[in-house]
Design a binder for this molecule. Sequence first.
Ligand SMILES: Nc1ncnc2c1ncn2[C@@H]1O[C@H](COP(=O)(O)OP(=O)(O)O)[C@@H](O)[C@H]1O
Ligand SMILES: N[C@@H](CC(=O)OP(=O)(O)O)C(=O)O
Length: 448
Amino acid sequence: MKVVKFGGSSVADANQLRKVTEIIKADPERKAIVVSAPGKRHSKDTKTTDLLIALGESVQINVKNQVIYDQVIERFASIIRELELDHSILSTIQERIDAACALIKTDLKRGMDSLKSCGEDGTALMLSAYLNKRELESSYVNPKDAGIFVSDQPGGALVLDESFDQLYKLREREGILVIPGFFGYTLEGDLVTFSRGGSDITGSIVAAGMKVDLYENFTDVDSVYCVNPMIVDQPKELKTLTYREMRELSYAGFSVFHDEALIPAFKEKIPVCIKNTNNPSGDGTMIVAELPEREGHVAGIASDSGFLNLYVSKYLMNREVGFGRKLLQILEEEGISFEHAPSGIDDMSVIIRDHQLPQEKEECVKERIMKELDVDTISIERDMGMIMIVGEGMNEAIGIAGKATTAFRDAEVNIDMINQGSSEVSMMFGIKAEDLNRAVQSLYRAFF
Ligand SMILES: Nc1ncnc2c1ncn2[C@@H]1O[C@H](COP(=O)(O)OP(=O)(O)O)[C@@H](O)[C@H]1O
Ligand SMILES: N[C@@H](CC(=O)OP(=O)(O)O)C(=O)O
């Protein structure tokens, strides 16, 4: 038995949904289908989820944007028209969108999450209807009915353990089950979404709960590549990766699979296969528990921008018990989460995602650190990028750091910070965001 997730690009229009149907038809083991909201049809297009968010933001300030509203409705209407589905599906989708817009006025967070969920919900309604039309017995299964229970963290829900036993029962249901991705319900019955890209998480939760043999994740690339294909042209394909490697790479910038989606599948040891909806006969990439035989020690190189470095120095910091804790506690009290915190004898850096510490909060945080920790210097450097070199085999390999620093030198990129992950599965480099692509290209040449 398999759980299959189709991403936004795979359900972007009627033609893509036809391909999805052929893929489902080709393998009777494909029992539960998790779908995203219609994604980009071409590079300049806008994802339905982004349209819904923009619509919600306009409702918030009491000027509902009719143009965006019409665009959202037309995304669904065009698919319904082309697939010759019953018009009542469009009415259902529209009613849900209207109800979510109304909820925004009384409860902003719940309303926004409800509105965001309309994209995946609409796709699931349309796909299950189309499968039935093509004589593949199927039903739409709402996440509440499936048993996807989550924490009450709007826009960032986490799955609750209660879900898994419920989900196991889905095995007994007749026909193909079409489940909208990206959201679940609190135990009190409120709809809450996962973080962006969260349909991958739904797929993994359903796969773990149903204890299936394989979780297939269909997207728009033939495989996971060792670097982002937008940065290096036709990079090397990865046939196999471990859960740990994929989690590190996803976290550090491989947007092809959500980093939180690895955990449920990993706990149940369910292999994940990333495949291409536009080329379903390709092998794709397998994500498994055991380290595969591979040439070289590095599996992949991920990169991401949007970081800042909060740097503090204080003479004899090494003698001051609790300095690090106090610094991180100030950040905690200000609601700021951090990514890494490398330290030296008399100084410490805290790497933070830009949006966690907006400009307007900067002075207040600096002042607190100055006053409460009596530091000698404090500075915040924005526009930083991070590069993560990942590979399970790296812990026993000699010379990886040397090879990497040579690649940075060859690209004439200055390294601001180096951090060898404690797991020894990864090595991280902090550089200026503007140098990211040049550095990744040079590292690719050095390692692959
Ligand atoms: N290392 C990588 N390997 C493959 N794709 C990657 C990688 N890094 C980033 N990507 C990007 O991820 C995209 C697929 O993810 P996403 O857009 O979320 O797909 P979906 O619409 O299926 O959810 C690819 O088109 C590719 O540009
Ligand atoms: N539609 C949601 C969830 C998702 O997983 O989408 P996609 O499969 O297109 O990455 C988003 O855009 O965040």
